[in-house]
Structure formats: C-alpha cells, structure tokens
Write a protein that binds this ligand. Structure first.
Ligand code: SF4
Length: 353
C-alpha cells in the first residue's frame, strides 16, 4: 500500500470523534470542491469554508464608495473581475458602469499605470481588496507610481490579514455548540508563503487547536486533512507545504508591506469591525489613499446567509436561497459571485459539503 493509499484508507474509514476542519483560503475552497475531496472522507470528517475569499468578506459600504467614485467626474475605478459583480447597498460596479460610471477591469494593478500616464487629469483609483498575498502587489503599484511621479494614482483599501481574524474565529468557536466547533484549521498556503506561519503558533497554543499549512493539489490537501485528524486536540502548527512556505515567510515581501502599510481595524462582512485585522496606508503615503477610512457599514440582501457561511455556522447548501433565488447568474451575496466563494463553488460543482 502506498502512503497515498494509506491516507485515503484512513480518511475514508475514520470512525473517531467528529472532526470539523476549517479552511481560510479561497483557493483551498475552490480546490477542495473541484477535486471532490469531501466525497473521499468518512462522514465523521467535515470540511468547512471560513472567511478566505477576500471579495466575500468585503462590506457594502466599501462597494458603495467605489460606485460613488466611479460616477464622480474626473475619476476612474479599476478592479479585478470578481469585484465588479458584487453589489453594494444599491449597485455593483458593473451596474455603475452601465449608468455611466468610469470602471475598468484589469488583470494586474500595474495596468493602471499606463492609463494614469495617458490621462493625467483623471484620478485613477484601484480597488485594493485582499489578504497578505495581494498586499505586496499594491505596495509595488504605489512605489512605481511614486517613482514615475504619478500623483493621480490612488488606492481605496479594504485589506485584511489572516492571523487576527483566525484568533477572533477561535474565540467565537469557544462559544459554539459542541457539534459546530471547529477542531482544526487548514492554514492558508499562499498567505503563509508571503507572511510565514509563525503568527499562528500562539493561536494554536492558546486554543489548543492544530493548524496545518497546506498546499493546493489534491494529495497535499488530503495529507493536511489527515494531519489535522491525527493532531486533533493539540495546539500545534505544522508546515505541510515546505516547497513554498517557511516559518517567517518572504522577508523582502514583508519589509515592502511594512514600509507602506500599518495594522488597522477592519470591517468584515458578517463579523463587524475586528480590531487589528486590516492594513491601511501609513501617513507617509496618505496622498495615495482615495478615502478608505470609515467604510464599515454592511447592507445584506434579504435572506442572504453569507455571514453564517463565512463563520462556518452553515454550509452554502443550508442557505434557503442557494440554487433557487441565488445562482451565479443572479447572485444575492458575494459568496455566490466570487470564484473563491463557497456558494459559487458548491453551486458549480454540485458537491455536498
Ligand atoms: Fe448568500 Fe446566495 Fe450564499 Fe445564500 S447562497 S449565503 S444568498 S450568496
């Protein structure tokens, strides 16, 4: 029997205490569903999606501000594709565009620089949403704008960091009913590649929960799930993705981020404002900020249970609107819009989760 077969056999026949494993990375969510991993697990092993999709955790106040900026004379808003279809309290950026708003979809923030040089009288604003993985890209954009003397480049930031919100989730987890408690975390491979996994060690110890840094292939994910089942009840952090992740992450990336951004409070969809879980531009770079402060309100469409999905309280399929009123063509919440969203992935693949 190969090691892979042993792992599959163990996970398929596991009959110990119920295990509830949360992933906090949108790419893990998508990969778990695409590879059909839940169908390989014993009914005693449950996989739960957490707040790992950056678009899904963005509050409507932030979208409203982007819409407002896109409709203001003399400004253009740039965003990645997923964000365009997420509704604020009234409109999405796509709808704002059809109302005459200036909105451009880009594949990389650097694309904005070409427009900023070509249209010097326009303020070019990038919708800077994301976790530790994408923050360095925004840092590069601002450094390059500064180098080229482009004062018409700005960010509207809604940047979040993972360890703080994971600690918050662990506190909430202590209040959860026994059959809803998370027993371990798949630590986010991409985030840890940039920022390392050292910050999860005190959390694991404080809450006596295992964390395993996981890669993205089916085999790497299965190995990490196997590890979390074996390590349940232990406050440990293990790195099962050493090909890309070290304890301290990428020092150059960390330094670039720290130079430009400092920790701040962040508003999370469904969770409210959680102290110290965001990143904001430092005062020295305030001229590149398009007015990111104070965007905290969240208007949720009637019946949408995104908050419960992001907290791991319910699966996407338990939302009464899932697949009926809410589909990728007619999304009621951000979790059905983003390709990293739990609802989107479960709708696409039809895998019970
Ligand atoms: Fe919200 Fe739609 Fe997901 Fe329900 S299925 S939680 S309405 S995004």
């Amino acid at each position: 029997m190969t090691r892979r077969d042993e792992i599959l056999d163990f996970l398929g026949h596991y009959d110990g205490p119920e295990v509830r494993i949360m992933e906090v990375c949108g790419t893990h969510t998508a990969q778990i569903v695409r590879t059909g991993i839940p169908s390989l697990l014993s009914p005693k092993i449950h996989l739960i999606s957490g707040p790992g999709c950056p678009v899904c955790v963005t509050v409507t106040d932030y979208i409203d501000r982007l819409v407002e900026l896109s409709l203001a004379p003399g400004s253009t808003v740039y965003a990645f594709g997923d964000l365009l279809r997420v509704r604020g309290s009234r409109y999405s950026l796509s709808e704002a565009k059809s109302l005459g708003g200036q909105v451009r979809m880009v594949y990389a923030p650097a694309d904005l620089l070409m427009y900023a040089e070509r249209e010097p009288d326009v303020c070019h604003i990038f919708a800077a949403v994301g976790f530790e993985t994408t923050v360095p890209v925004y840092a590069d954009l601002i450094q390059e704008a500064k180098r080229r003397g482009l004062a018409n480049v700005k960010l509207l930031t809604s940047l979040k960091t993972m360890p703080g919100i994971v600690r918050w989730l662990c506190r909430e987890n202590e209040k959860a009913a026994p059959d809803k408690k998370v027993t371990g975390f798949l630590a986010p491979g991409h985030v840890c590649a940039a920022a390392g996994y050292r910050d999860y060690e005190p959390i694991a110890e404080a809450f006596q929960l295992p964390f395993i840094v996981a890669g993205f292939s089916a085999d790497l994910l299965l190995a990490a799930i196997y590890g979390l089942v074996r390590e349940q009840g232990r406050g440990v952090v293990r790195n099962f993705y050493p090909q890309a992740v070290t304890r301290d992450g990428n020092p150059a990336v960390r330094a670039a981020v720290q130079e430009m951004f400092s920790p701040c409070d962040a508003a999370w969809r469904g969770f409210g404002t959680v102290p110290g879980t965001g990143l904001c531009l430092r005062p020295a770079f305030a001229s590149f900020d398009a007015g990111s402060e104070g965007l905290t309100r969240d208007h949720v469409a009637g019946g949408c249970r995104c908050a419960d999905v992001l907290m791991g309280r319910i699966s996407s399929r338990e939302c009464p609107l899932f697949g009926k009123i809410c589909t990728p063509e007619n999304p009621q919440g951000a979790c059905m819009v983003s390709q990293e969203g739990s609802c989107f992935n479960h709708f696409q693949e039809g895998v019970p989760y």
